[in-house]
Structure formats: structure tokens, C-alpha cells
Design a protein around this ligand. Structure first.
Ligand SMILES: [Zn+2]
Length: 105
């Protein structure tokens, strides 16, 4: 049963990565798209002289920490129930179904 949650988590992370890559591509095309006279673009791999290689990548959106499992997830993919953030609706339901008292074993 735990493997299903792992698969769901992998799926969410994959989607987030695709989103981030698309954003990166859009920014790059906006930068290089304006200069149409750059004919040397087809020579070798570009992007080697980027000064931003040492700078840490800026997070596109704030991350939240799931109350149920402690996994950090992007805020757009999170589910907030009763003011508490969760990484997925399944965890929100699991957290809500659990009795609040910890004395039940
Ligand atoms: Zn979770």
C-alpha cells in the first residue's frame, strides 16, 4: 500500500519538474528570441558562459511541509485543510480521520 503513495508522490514531483522546465524554456526563448541576428547559435552547446551557474536556483514558489508525512511540496500542489498544509488530499483525509488524542496506543 505504501508503494502507491510513493508512486503518487513521484508523479507529483514529475509534474512539478515539467512545470519548472517549461518555465525555464520560456524564459530562455524570451531572451534569445528577440535577437534574430545571432547566427552563431548553432555552433556547439550554448549556455557554458552563464554567470548564474554558481547562484542557487530561485524557487518559483514557496514550499510547504506536509503535516502528515513531513514531505516538502510546492504550495500550488498542496492541500490546506483547517489551516494545516498537506502534500496531497489523501494525506489530508488520513490526518482528519485519525483521532486527535495520541493516547489511543
Ligand atoms: Zn504528506
Amino acid at each position: 500500500m505504501r508503494q502507491i503513495f510513493l508512486l503518487i508522490l513521484l508523479f507529483i514531483v514529475g509534474q512539478w519538474l515539467v512545470k519548472a522546465l517549461r518555465r525555464h524554456d520560456a524564459q530562455a526563448s524570451q531572451r534569445t528570441g528577440s535577437g534574430a541576428n545571432g547566427a552563431a547559435g548553432a555552433k556547439g552547446p550554448n549556455g557554458g558562459a552563464g554567470p548564474t551557474a554558481s547562484a542557487p536556483a530561485q524557487l518559483p514558489e514557496p514550499m510547504i511541509r506536509c503535516v502528515e508525512c513531513g514531505v516538502h511540496a510546492p504550495q500550488s500542489d498542496s492541500v490546506v485543510v483547517a489551516g494545516q498544509p498537506f502534500c496531497s488530499a489523501a494525506h489530508a483525509q488520513r490526518h482528519g480521520a485519525r483521532p486527535t488524542g495520541r493516547d489511543a496506543r
